[in-house]
Write a protein that binds this ligand. Sequence first.
Ligand code: ADE
Length: 219
Amino acid sequence: MRFDIITIFPHLLDSYLAESLLKRAQNNNLLSINTHDIREYTNDPHKKVDSTPYGGGPGMVYQVEPVVNTLEAIPRSPKNLVILTSPRGKPFTQKMSQQLAKYDQLIFVCPRYEGIDERIKKYIDKEVSIGPYVLNGGEIAAMVMIEAISRHIPGVLGKASSLEEESFSKEGILEYPQYTRPEVFRKSRVPKVLLSGNHKNIREWRDKKSRKTTPSGQK
Ligand code: ADE
């Protein structure tokens, strides 16, 4: 799967991409993440990509031309989708992450907080928000989405985890609480059932707990 990120800060995400599980996935050719600098696609001699809003008002607005130029320079896979990151977009959910994982290519257009000329909408397939708050720009939102979507790509997680992930995604239920050594930490004990060796009881306990811990909005 191919991800493209259109931004004025192509290096903002480098250290994260160099350290995370996504790096291994890229090395194993399971996915590729490509950043594209809007400033490279402007005709302005000073590499400016924004301007003051028509009608007046504070702040600057991204110009549509350099963003569309960047979009048009990106090679397209047959099943691609262009996503605009925006606090006004459709809320991103686990279910949406599964649906988006079915594409060959996702292209994220990430304006900074000032916003972008509305005429960009003609080039956008979907507008998505990662939550009801305003970030300084869409880059972090794109990374959040890319990470959640990548987890559905076979091989990105270890083999055992992906199987677990499958049942989790099907039912939309979050994981049960986990414990490891020591059995007692400052008087706080591991639940007895987990030490019992009774796999049926352990399964039931975990099932009950995960239903309890999953926020109702996600079930
Ligand atoms: N850009 C600014 N705020 C955002 C949000 N909440 N989700 C996606 N993109 C954004």
